[in-house]
Ligand binder design. Sequence first.
Ligand SMILES: Nc1ncnc2c1ncn2[C@@H]1O[C@H](COP(=O)(O)OS(=O)(=O)O)[C@@H](OP(=O)(O)O)[C@H]1O
Ligand SMILES: Nc1ncnc2c1ncn2[C@@H]1O[C@H](COP(=O)(O)OP(=O)(O)O)[C@@H](O)[C@H]1O
Length: 418
Amino acid sequence: MIEWIPDARELADLELLLSGAFAPLTGFLTAAEASEVTEHGQLPDGGAWPDPIALALPREIQPEAIRLGDRITLRDPEGAAVAVLTVRELSGDGDGHGHGYHVAGPVEALDTPAYGPFARLRRTPEEVRKELPEGEILAVTMRGPLDGTALEDVAATAEELEAAIVLLPLVFGEGGPAVVRAALKAAERLPGSTVVAVPLAPREDAEIDLELREHVARNYGATEHYAGPAPVAIPGPPHRRGLVVFFTGLSGSGKSTIARGLRDVLLERGGRTVTYLDGDVVRRMLSAGLTFSREDRDRNIRRIGFVAAEVARHGGLAVCAPIAPYAATRQEVRAMAEEVGADFLLVHVATPLEECERRDRKGLYAKARAGLIPEFTGISDPYEEPDDADLVIDTTGMSVEHAVSTVLGTLTSGGWIR
Ligand SMILES: Nc1ncnc2c1ncn2[C@@H]1O[C@H](COP(=O)(O)OS(=O)(=O)O)[C@@H](OP(=O)(O)O)[C@H]1O
Ligand SMILES: Nc1ncnc2c1ncn2[C@@H]1O[C@H](COP(=O)(O)OP(=O)(O)O)[C@@H](O)[C@H]1O
């Protein structure tokens, strides 16, 4: 049976497809529907629709594994089966790894109990419409608090139209619960108003975002839509934000030595909590039993990324120092950190192979050259040089202290430490 976990944005769209908030859509769009939407802002039947709601085939699933008519289970990250999608179309010009493919088809809800913050406020348009009074309905979509002016505007508009008010906090990502709290607060000032949480992920294009908000509002019974002001994003200062410092480089390049030195200096200075995910400790605990195949290296790096992002989610500073030879996997870890609102710093310890091999502290290169260790990075296994490093250090002829203070300099100039 084929099943997977769509990404956060796809899951949010899925919830709206299932609840009817994306009506008339009942599933993920085919390529033809999507191009009609993108080019003409409408569905093939002529109805206006702003955004191609698409579902990507995950890289680990081969396109050949998908057949028309297959029923695919879609799960949330905690494993709960959320919906079944019946495949109507598989489209795309993938690169052979399933990348670039999209799966289209109708979705059906499974009877999954709702959980998550404010789950009780995530109600379907049908339920909400039933409870609303006859007459005008003013729906307010919000991505942040309603300031005083906006509150006055909403109250005045509702009065003028003699409309009932529905507040629709648009919840997506870490900031979701705060938007619902803002809506509940606004509701106290707007008597008779109803609050319904809607998992609508923001769209990059402001016009599309607004149109989509209007569609959702209409489905919730709105005769009039008020788009709440865009939130003023004030990210905390860098020294309070979570940070992942991720060293990558060949074996013997100096990653662990610099990472340990950095950890020690940070602990001596104080002011930040530090978690050092030592490569050996990770391989012994988190990744026990994994080999050095591409799949296992990727698993290892994703596990490190997961833990580091959890540390950073709470404002901590995580230092990691695996080889991490694959660019795409390093990119995934960067995305994991950024998804929780943390910063990510990639440090490429670019000591050349010759120098690493000359050091050969553990005698591994000699063994690898002798063919005793298969798939050894740099000898018989690839290392993809980063082109997105925030800092590059070649430690050849450099003291350890100098290398550590170079990283420390970057942290200071970026404001992560004071
Ligand atoms: N085949 C092969 N290739 C590379 N390295 C090997 C291999 N087998 C064992 N070792 C030892 O394992 C250390 C690298 O582990 P990592 O977890 O950092 O590797 S990876 O990021 O998952 O690729 C690495 O340690 P460091 O020298 O600290 O980098 C090696 O000592
Ligand atoms: N400037 C430097 N920075 C880091 N390590 C250095 C430096 N100069 C020499 N070395 C030596 O290089 C070796 C690097 O080993 P290690 O830190 O375990 O590398 P990795 O974790 O990348 O495998 C150590 O023996 C270390 O003393």
